[in-house]
Design a protein around this ligand. Structure first.
Ligand code: ZN
Length: 212
Protein backbone atom coordinates (compact mmCIF):
# COMPACT_ATOMS: atom_id res chain seq x y z
CA UNK A 1 0.00 0.00 0.00
CA UNK A 2 1.33 3.43 -0.94
CA UNK A 3 1.53 5.95 1.83
CA UNK A 4 0.04 9.40 1.42
CA UNK A 5 3.53 10.89 1.24
CA UNK A 6 4.54 8.43 -1.52
CA UNK A 7 1.46 9.40 -3.53
CA UNK A 8 2.19 13.09 -3.11
CA UNK A 9 5.82 12.64 -4.16
CA UNK A 10 4.74 10.69 -7.24
CA UNK A 11 2.14 13.31 -8.12
CA UNK A 12 4.70 16.07 -7.79
CA UNK A 13 7.26 14.19 -9.92
CA UNK A 14 4.61 13.65 -12.59
CA UNK A 15 3.63 17.32 -12.37
CA UNK A 16 7.24 18.41 -12.82
CA UNK A 17 7.69 16.23 -15.90
CA UNK A 18 4.44 17.47 -17.47
CA UNK A 19 5.61 21.06 -16.88
CA UNK A 20 8.95 20.24 -18.51
CA UNK A 21 6.99 19.31 -21.67
CA UNK A 22 5.22 22.68 -21.65
CA UNK A 23 1.93 21.64 -20.00
CA UNK A 24 -0.26 24.42 -18.66
CA UNK A 25 -1.30 24.52 -14.99
CA UNK A 26 -4.89 23.44 -15.66
CA UNK A 27 -3.64 20.34 -17.52
CA UNK A 28 -1.20 19.37 -14.77
CA UNK A 29 -3.86 19.90 -12.14
CA UNK A 30 -6.32 17.60 -13.93
CA UNK A 31 -3.70 14.90 -14.41
CA UNK A 32 -2.25 14.91 -10.89
CA UNK A 33 -5.22 16.10 -8.83
CA UNK A 34 -2.96 18.79 -7.34
CA UNK A 35 -4.29 22.22 -6.51
CA UNK A 36 -3.57 24.80 -9.27
CA UNK A 37 -2.32 27.36 -6.73
CA UNK A 38 0.21 24.88 -5.31
CA UNK A 39 1.33 23.97 -8.83
CA UNK A 40 1.81 27.60 -9.75
CA UNK A 41 3.85 28.23 -6.61
CA UNK A 42 5.99 25.07 -6.92
CA UNK A 43 6.49 24.80 -10.66
CA UNK A 44 6.31 28.37 -11.92
CA UNK A 45 7.83 30.59 -9.23
CA UNK A 46 8.75 33.05 -11.99
CA UNK A 47 5.24 33.74 -13.20
CA UNK A 48 6.46 34.86 -16.65
CA UNK A 49 7.15 31.28 -17.73
CA UNK A 50 3.55 30.03 -17.20
CA UNK A 51 2.14 28.66 -20.51
CA UNK A 52 -0.83 30.78 -21.57
CA UNK A 53 -3.33 30.99 -24.38
CA UNK A 54 -6.54 29.21 -25.25
CA UNK A 55 -6.78 25.56 -24.18
CA UNK A 56 -7.13 23.13 -27.11
CA UNK A 57 -10.56 21.78 -28.06
CA UNK A 58 -9.83 18.66 -30.05
CA UNK A 59 -13.23 17.22 -31.11
CA UNK A 60 -13.70 20.25 -33.41
CA UNK A 61 -10.06 20.66 -34.29
CA UNK A 62 -9.06 17.16 -35.34
CA UNK A 63 -11.40 16.67 -38.26
CA UNK A 64 -10.35 19.97 -39.83
CA UNK A 65 -6.63 19.68 -39.06
CA UNK A 66 -4.14 19.11 -41.85
CA UNK A 67 -2.74 15.70 -42.60
CA UNK A 68 0.54 16.00 -40.70
CA UNK A 69 -1.28 17.09 -37.55
CA UNK A 70 -3.74 14.20 -37.84
CA UNK A 71 -0.93 11.71 -38.40
CA UNK A 72 1.07 12.96 -35.42
CA UNK A 73 -2.06 13.05 -33.22
CA UNK A 74 -2.69 9.43 -34.22
CA UNK A 75 0.88 8.43 -33.36
CA UNK A 76 0.65 9.97 -29.86
CA UNK A 77 -2.71 8.33 -29.21
CA UNK A 78 -1.58 4.97 -30.56
CA UNK A 79 1.34 4.89 -28.11
CA UNK A 80 -0.92 6.20 -25.34
CA UNK A 81 -3.41 3.39 -25.99
CA UNK A 82 -0.69 0.73 -25.76
CA UNK A 83 0.54 2.12 -22.45
CA UNK A 84 -3.01 2.25 -21.09
CA UNK A 85 -3.53 -1.36 -22.16
CA UNK A 86 -0.29 -2.20 -20.33
CA UNK A 87 -1.95 -0.81 -17.16
CA UNK A 88 -0.23 2.55 -16.85
CA UNK A 89 -2.40 5.25 -15.26
CA UNK A 90 -3.81 7.93 -17.57
CA UNK A 91 -1.17 10.47 -16.49
CA UNK A 92 1.76 8.07 -16.79
CA UNK A 93 0.54 6.79 -20.16
CA UNK A 94 0.16 10.34 -21.45
CA UNK A 95 3.63 11.38 -20.31
CA UNK A 96 5.20 8.18 -21.65
CA UNK A 97 3.39 8.52 -24.98
CA UNK A 98 4.38 12.15 -25.32
CA UNK A 99 8.04 11.42 -24.63
CA UNK A 100 8.10 8.63 -27.18
CA UNK A 101 6.31 10.76 -29.74
CA UNK A 102 8.94 13.50 -29.33
CA UNK A 103 11.64 10.85 -29.74
CA UNK A 104 10.06 9.22 -32.81
CA UNK A 105 8.81 12.19 -34.86
CA UNK A 106 10.99 14.86 -36.38
CA UNK A 107 10.70 18.42 -35.02
CA UNK A 108 8.80 20.69 -35.24
CA UNK A 109 6.41 18.69 -33.08
CA UNK A 110 2.92 19.63 -34.15
CA UNK A 111 1.19 18.13 -31.12
CA UNK A 112 1.72 20.07 -27.89
CA UNK A 113 1.47 18.32 -24.53
CA UNK A 114 -1.81 20.13 -23.88
CA UNK A 115 -3.15 18.92 -27.22
CA UNK A 116 -2.13 15.34 -26.41
CA UNK A 117 -3.86 15.67 -23.03
CA UNK A 118 -7.01 16.96 -24.69
CA UNK A 119 -6.97 14.18 -27.29
CA UNK A 120 -6.51 11.51 -24.60
CA UNK A 121 -9.31 13.07 -22.51
CA UNK A 122 -11.72 12.97 -25.46
CA UNK A 123 -10.63 9.45 -26.48
CA UNK A 124 -11.05 7.88 -23.04
CA UNK A 125 -13.73 10.15 -21.53
CA UNK A 126 -11.24 11.23 -18.86
CA UNK A 127 -10.17 14.35 -16.91
CA UNK A 128 -12.28 16.92 -18.80
CA UNK A 129 -15.31 15.04 -19.97
CA UNK A 130 -17.19 11.79 -19.60
CA UNK A 131 -18.10 11.56 -23.25
CA UNK A 132 -15.85 10.02 -25.86
CA UNK A 133 -15.32 11.77 -29.16
CA UNK A 134 -12.61 9.59 -30.70
CA UNK A 135 -11.84 5.95 -31.37
CA UNK A 136 -8.53 4.52 -32.53
CA UNK A 137 -9.21 2.40 -35.59
CA UNK A 138 -6.93 0.20 -37.67
CA UNK A 139 -6.55 1.06 -41.35
CA UNK A 140 -7.46 -1.96 -43.48
CA UNK A 141 -4.81 -0.97 -46.06
CA UNK A 142 -1.65 -0.04 -44.09
CA UNK A 143 -2.63 -1.45 -40.67
CA UNK A 144 -1.64 1.76 -38.89
CA UNK A 145 -3.85 2.94 -36.07
CA UNK A 146 -5.44 6.35 -36.52
CA UNK A 147 -7.91 8.56 -34.67
CA UNK A 148 -11.42 8.73 -36.04
CA UNK A 149 -14.80 9.92 -34.78
CA UNK A 150 -16.01 7.80 -31.86
CA UNK A 151 -17.62 4.55 -32.94
CA UNK A 152 -16.18 4.67 -36.49
CA UNK A 153 -15.36 1.47 -38.31
CA UNK A 154 -12.62 1.74 -40.95
CA UNK A 155 -14.03 -0.06 -43.97
CA UNK A 156 -11.58 1.61 -46.34
CA UNK A 157 -8.46 3.76 -46.04
CA UNK A 158 -10.34 6.97 -47.00
CA UNK A 159 -9.77 8.55 -43.58
CA UNK A 160 -6.30 7.14 -42.88
CA UNK A 161 -3.75 9.99 -42.59
CA UNK A 162 -0.85 7.58 -43.12
CA UNK A 163 -2.15 6.28 -46.45
CA UNK A 164 -2.71 9.88 -47.57
CA UNK A 165 0.81 10.86 -46.47
CA UNK A 166 2.24 7.99 -48.45
CA UNK A 167 0.33 9.12 -51.55
CA UNK A 168 1.86 12.59 -51.17
CA UNK A 169 5.27 11.44 -50.07
CA UNK A 170 7.02 11.66 -53.42
CA UNK A 171 5.88 15.22 -54.18
CA UNK A 172 5.57 17.00 -50.82
CA UNK A 173 8.85 18.08 -49.17
CA UNK A 174 7.04 18.88 -45.91
CA UNK A 175 5.90 15.28 -45.65
CA UNK A 176 9.37 14.01 -46.51
CA UNK A 177 11.06 16.08 -43.82
CA UNK A 178 8.47 15.09 -41.22
CA UNK A 179 8.79 11.37 -41.88
CA UNK A 180 12.24 10.72 -43.33
CA UNK A 181 12.02 7.04 -44.11
CA UNK A 182 15.71 6.14 -43.98
CA UNK A 183 16.98 3.79 -45.24
CA UNK A 184 14.00 3.15 -47.53
CA UNK A 185 14.36 5.17 -50.71
CA UNK A 186 10.90 4.58 -52.05
CA UNK A 187 8.73 3.32 -49.21
CA UNK A 188 5.60 1.35 -49.97
CA UNK A 189 2.45 2.32 -48.07
CA UNK A 190 2.82 -0.52 -45.62
CA UNK A 191 6.50 0.17 -45.05
CA UNK A 192 6.02 3.83 -44.26
CA UNK A 193 2.92 3.48 -42.10
CA UNK A 194 4.38 0.59 -40.21
CA UNK A 195 7.84 2.11 -39.94
CA UNK A 196 6.48 4.96 -37.88
CA UNK A 197 4.61 2.63 -35.59
CA UNK A 198 7.41 0.10 -35.38
CA UNK A 199 9.76 2.80 -34.18
CA UNK A 200 7.17 3.77 -31.61
CA UNK A 201 6.71 0.20 -30.47
CA UNK A 202 10.49 -0.33 -30.20
CA UNK A 203 10.67 2.55 -27.76
CA UNK A 204 7.67 1.14 -25.96
CA UNK A 205 9.14 -2.34 -25.47
CA UNK A 206 12.40 -0.80 -24.20
CA UNK A 207 10.42 1.20 -21.71
CA UNK A 208 8.36 -1.76 -20.46
CA UNK A 209 11.54 -3.81 -20.05
CA UNK A 210 13.09 -1.00 -18.03
CA UNK A 211 10.06 -0.48 -15.85
CA UNK A 212 9.16 -4.18 -15.54
ZN1 ZN B 1 -3.69 3.52 -43.97
Amino acid sequence: MQSRVDRQIRALALAQQCAAHGARVRTISRITGMNPRDLLRLLFPERQSVPRGRAPDSPEWYHGANLLYRAEASIVMSIYRRLRTADFSGGEALLGAYRQYVGVCQPPHRISFDRAFDLAAHTDGLWLTESRSFSLVVCPACHSEFLAAFGSVALSNDQCPFCKLVQRYGTDPRVQSSFPARPLVNPSPIQLGMLTLLRASDHLSTRSRESG
